[in-house]
Design a protein around this ligand. Structure first.
Ligand code: AMP
Length: 139
């Protein structure tokens, strides 16, 4: 499948669609997942176009993982869960629904199940407030 430059994350990279941004550098942007599977669910995307990690340059892949680690540490400190899951889905068969590479940062606590994937939209005021706290905690 060819990369669709009008996918929602490509629009976020170009500033054509809104997001609750928590971090940005030369290669990546991180923002709140609007249908979170847990409180503090953040997505990290490369600015480079690529449907899956296999199309991404090594430079962007390295920057993406570095940014994911940095943002995940801030998420963990703000949401205060004992665990943090990092997930990255490649292809519809793996469950991918937005075809621009991204990492999921999902806080986890033992005994608390994840909410369904991309199903229930969160309260935007709460997402905005959480985004500000996570952004402030990034070192
Ligand atoms: P995946 O299924 O791995 O491709 O994940 C796509 C994720 O993007 C899902 O968790 C969705 O909830 C999330 N999502 C979809 N549209 C938006 C959007 N406009 N802003 C933030 N997150 C989104």
């Amino acid at each position: 499948m060819a990369y669709d430059p009008n996918n929602i994350f490509a629009k976020i990279v170009r500033g054509e669609a809104p997001c609750f941004k928590v971090y940005e550098d030369a290669h990546t942007i991180a923002f709140m997942d609007i249908m979170p599977q847990a409180e503090g669910h953040v997505l990290v995307i490369p600015k480079e176009a690529g449907e899956t990690i296999f199309e991404l340059s090594d430079e962007s892949t390295a920057a993406l993982i570095k940014a994911t680690k940095k943002v995940a540490a801030a998420v963990k400190s703000v949401v205060k869960t004992p665990g943090v899951m990092l997930a990255q889905l490649n292809g519809a068969a793996a469950g991918q629904t937005v075809f621009h590479v991204h990492f999921h940062i999902i806080p986890r606590s033992g005994g608390i199940d994840l909410k369904l994937h991309a199903k229930e939209t969160a309260n935007f005021e709460q997402l905005k407030a959480l985004a500000a706290k996570i952004a402030a905690a990034i070192k």
